[in-house]
Design a protein around this ligand. Structure first.
Ligand SMILES: Cc1cc2nc3c(=O)[nH]c(=O)nc-3n(C[C@H](O)[C@H](O)[C@H](O)COP(=O)(O)O)c2cc1C
Length: 274
């Protein structure tokens, strides 16, 4: 057992309604492995909870402006005045109590299922996950309410690993997941670990499932030791105006990878199909 002196709180948010799915099998591995390490595990089973995925006017029972619905203004108002819905408050409390957050989901259309996206849309309130301390974008990308927490994605992927390889037809998985790792988790300050994937989930054999569980188990054992993706922090000097990279940083580089520090390309660990 690693880190036996350090007991942490881990929140697992997962999105699969089928108990016999590979996603659920890997969620079970998460719970068991983390508990065996002495950590306290909280679960958000979004389908089981019948999580309301759609962010709409019902999220704001006490509107600041009843004439026109501005999501950002109402989110900030509801959060700061304690008038959010109970389900959102409960998830925020779980998130704030967590030292690490793991999102486990089947890859659907190169992203997370809508119910999980809806968890982010509704739980990541203005004043908390963005607009932190009422200071607009001052605290973002490495700073914010979730600083000090770790996060990791565990994606169960139908297609074969080669489709997601550096020159694969779908594009590299870590780049496809960038809006989640960088734009959603690093944005409010979390340290995001390289994502984990199980490929070829649709035609995986029993032996492949066992291998995938073992690899995931060993990944979890390093949850609090692995180095995070070295995303560049907004307020550490690489973005002098808080918007654009300085000319001397990532010279001649554009696109997503420019926001990851040199010599440390994001990598996905994972089990190939078997
Ligand atoms: C709506 C939908 C969208 C999907 N999109 C993708 C995709 O973008 N890439 C991919 O490789 N597989 C895709 N798949 C396949 C799923 O990733 C695959 O069915 C899932 O990983 C199986 O895992 P499970 O046993 O946990 O359901 C999709 C499946 C569904 C139902």
């Amino acid at each position: 057992m690693k880190n036996d002196a350090v007991k942490k709180n881990v929140l697992i948010v997962y999105a699969h309604p089928e108990p016999t799915s590979l996603t659920r099998a890997l969620v079970d591995v998460s719970v068991q492995t983390l508990q065996e390490q002495g950590h306290t595990v909280a679960l958000s089973d979004l389908y089981g909870m019948k999580w309301k995925a759609v962010f709409d006017e019902h999220d704001f029972p006490a509107r600041a402006d009843t004439e026109r619905l501005s999501f950002i203004a109402e989110s900030g108002h509801a959060y700061s005045t304690g008038r959010q819905t109970a389900d959102v408050e409960a998830e925020q409390a779980k998130l704030l109590a967590a030292d690490a957050v793991i999102l486990q989901f089947p890859l659907w259309w190169f992203s997370m299922p809508a119910i999980l996206k809806g968890w982010v849309d509704r739980v990541f309130a203005y004043g908390l996950a963005y607009g932190y301390k009422g200071k607009g974008n001052h605290y973002r990308y490495g700073e914010g309410a979730f600083k000090g927490k770790r996060a990791m994605l565990s994606a169960i992927v139908g297609g074969p690993a080669e489709d997601y390889s550096p020159r694969g037809i779908n594009g590299p998985l870590e780049q496809l997941l960038f809006p989640i790792t960088h734009g959603t988790l690093f944005f409010p300050g979390m340290d995001v670990l390289p994502s984990h994937a199980v490929y070829g989930s649709g035609r995986i054999t029993e032996a492949g499932v066992e291998a995938a569980k073992a690899i995931w188990r060993s990944r979890l054992e390093n949850l609090f030791d692995d180095a995070p993706i070295p995303f560049r922090r907004q307020n550490d000097g690489d973005y002098p105006d808080q918007h654009v990279l300085a000319n001397h940083i990532a010279v001649d580089q554009t696109g997503l990878l420019a926001h990851i520090a040199e010599k440390a390309e994001a990598r996905v660990t994972g089990a190939a199909e078997g």
